[in-house]
Design a protein around this ligand. Structure first.
Ligand SMILES: *Cc1c(COP(=O)(O)O)cnc(C)c1O
Length: 358
């Protein structure tokens, strides 16, 4: 039971991390390497540490626990603003927490006092993407107030997230909002706050020489692990995309019409399917489905293949335009989008195999 299988090329992941460390350290930017795509996979996390990464970022405490239990050393940054019910674990297991709620800051402070644990906070500011963060217009005043009230926990920086919910792109302008807030707070609090201003999508600002110089922390997952930038819709040219490859097995090869026969309702996922009539076509069925991947994020190595659709366990591919002949038992290889890779890592049906030296 070898397929479907995910090949994880540790050497290429390590090289991507090294390359980004080199680029960012020249600009005095701290790299937080983000492991959530891999569910905190300890082998991958150790590879990142070997590359020279200091801090690992994770959205889920369970993944951080998994890394700690497998002897991956911290420090750890908790990326997802914490659930009130997990705050005690968050304080005990991590070193830096992204927050956006005043109340949460005070709750963390109480827990930190109780355990005499140093804990650093990065206060997230929403500059327009509409995911987490205090709205930028009231950020300065609120963060000043919170910072003055904390006894044990410490606000060490401000941060922002773009490109996630609203798909808002990072710009010199929206990042300069953070710089202004930092300057205000540093004046009032006598601090030198970090600005955690970037993720994979923000790398393009460095390339274009547009990153405000006070941005000094990047939290990067996708760029290291896939070499792509989903929000910017590109392969990052100086990183490798051959880091994570999926292989799945062919279970049917047939010749069928391109339009279904019979009255059409919704598909198994409740979607309304659309078909273009291309006559009869050569098709493959792969033994992998929506439970394991996002079929729209499959990028076949054989570029003449067209991924049509998937239900929970079957993926249909049109190979009419390909020069190759396919048979059952053959396997096909794919690069993956962020969404498809996320599901493949999460699916217990996808075997993970690590490549060390190739
Ligand atoms: C996932 C995540 C990141 C990393 O984003 P990539 O696009 O994978 O680089 C950064 N910050 C936060 C808050 C995240 O949740």
């Amino acid at each position: 039971m070898d397929f479907p299988k995910l090949f994880v090329n540790l050497k290429k992941i390590r090289e991507n991390a090294e390359k980004l460390l080199e680029t960012l350290s020249k600009l005095n930017i701290e790299l937080v390497a983000v492991t959530k795509l891999t569910l905190g996979d300890p082998i991958i996390a150790k590879t990142l540490k070997d590359a020279g990464v200091i801090k690992l970022g994770e959205s889920r405490l369970k993944n951080i626990k998994r890394m700690i239990e497998n002897n991956v050393p911290g420090p750890f940054q908790l990326l997802r603003i914490p659930m009130p019910s997990e705050l005690e674990d968050a304080v005990l297991l991590t070193d830096e927490i992204l927050i956006s709620e005043e109340k949460v800051a005070y709750m963390i402070d109480e827990i930190a006092k109780k355990y005499d644990k140093n804990i650093e906070l990065i206060y997230m500011i929403d500059v327009g993407d509409l995911r987490e963060g205090i709205w930028y217009e009231k950020a300065a005043y609120t963060i000043e107030k919170v910072a003055k009230k904390l006894k044990m926990a410490k606000i060490v920086g401000i941060g922002t997230n773009v490109g996630c919910f609203g798909g808002v792109l990072p710009t010199k302008e929206n990042l300069n909002i953070l710089v202004e807030i930092k300057d205000y707070l540093d004046g009032k609090l006598n601090t030198n706050l970090k600005i955690s201003g970037g993720s994979t999508v923000t790398l393009s600002l460095i390339e274009n020489n547009e990153l405000p110089s006070k941005i000094n922390q990047f939290r990067i997952g996708e760029g290291i692990l896939l070499g792509t930038d989903a929000t910017g819709n590109r392969d990052i040219p100086y990183l490798s995309q051959d880091t994570i490859i999926l292989e799945a097995e062919v279970v049917e090869v047939d010749y069928k019409p391109s339009v279904p026969v019979g009255e059409v309702g919704r598909d198994s996922m409740g979607r309304i399917p659309h078909f273009e009539d291309l006559g009869w076509r050569n098709r493959i069925i792969l033994a992998i489905g929506e439970q394991d991947i996002d079929s729209s994020g499959l990028k076949p190595f054989d570029e003449k293949l067209k991924v049509l659709h998937a239900s929970s366990d079957h993926t249909i591919i049109d190979y009419t335009d390909s020069n190759k002949k396919y048979s059952i038992g053959d396997t096909l290889k794919f690069h993956l989008s962020y969404g498809a890779a996320l599901r493949a890592f999460t699916s217990p049906f996808v075997k993970k195999e690590y490549i060390k030296n190739a």
